[in-house]
Design a protein around this ligand. Structure first.
Ligand code: DC
Length: 232
């Protein structure tokens, strides 16, 4: 694993964007390319959202959330996510957990918990993190900030395909509606709304393959001296 760049500093790459924009696939590939850690901030929100929902905690009840979050220990090993020792990586991929993450992520105490986890991990490791507010709020000093977008229909199509592969019985129309709702909730909330950082590079992935996007980002990494030699 590579943990530091030539200035002896850990490397941080922020990949933000809405649901279905390709963040997790691209972030994973960039982390493989650089041989550094990959963290999905959405996965942490999903774990916490499912946990709080299971305990029937009102999303606005900050006092109860603070108390209950003391019971939560999240660990990441080999790209698997563990909640209090249980591997929940597959469970949190459902569309319901995405909605729960979006609902509970509006609460500042939830955001603080997630941000503390991310900052602790990224302090010690070179890392690629995907999310909504990594470049704007969580790690504003990231070495490279990417904001991925794609049309609503394309994002819904990708997410629908993914859910069907996991045998979730859901129609394209339902996924489209859900993504539309999540986009609205994530980008209009008061705290850390989904938006590109001023210095983020925006990449529209609608008509691009995963390889095209990885190539584009690897060129940006080369330009910044974070990967390989010059870009042709
Ligand atoms: O990236 P994802 O679809 O797994 O994220 C699930 C939800 O978590 C998303 O709809 C909003 C919330 N989230 C957030 O508020 N901030 C982040 N950095 C990542 C996710």
């Amino acid at each position: 694993m590579r943990f530091q760049n030539s200035n002896n500093k850990t490397i941080k790459i922020a990949i933000d964007g809405p649901a279905g924009s390709g963040k997790s696939t691209i972030a994973q590939k960039i982390s493989d390319l650089l041989n550094i850690f990959y963290l999905s901030s959405g996965a942490i929100y999903r774990i916490i959202g499912c946990f709080l929902d299971c305990k029937q905690i009102n999303p606005e009840d900050s006092d109860s959330i603070v108390q209950i979050l003391k019971e939560v220990k999240i660990e990441i090993k080999d790209n698997r996510y563990f909640l209090n020792g249980e591997d929940v990586s597959d469970k949190i991929k459902s569309s319901k957990s995405g909605m729960l993450a979006s609902i509970y992520s509006k609460n500042p105490v939830v955001r603080k918990k997630v941000n503390d986890i991310i900052r602790e991990i990224s302090e010690k490791n070179s890392i690629v993190i995907d999310g909504r507010d990594i470049g704007t709020v969580v790690l504003p000093n990231s070495d490279l900030k990417i904001f991925l977008t794609a049309s609503l229909e394309e994002r819904a199509r990708r997410r629908w395909k993914e859910l069907k592969e996991k045998e979730e019985n859901i129609s394209y129309e339902e996924v489209l509606k859900e993504i539309e709702e999540r986009d609205k909730a994530d980008s209009t909330r008061d705290i850390s709304p989904l938006q590109p950082a001023e210095d983020a590079i925006i990449i529209d992935t609608t008509d691009k393959t995963i390889e095209d996007v990885v190539e584009e980002i690897s060129c940006l990494l080369k330009e910044k001296g974070l990967y390989g030699n010059n870009c042709s």
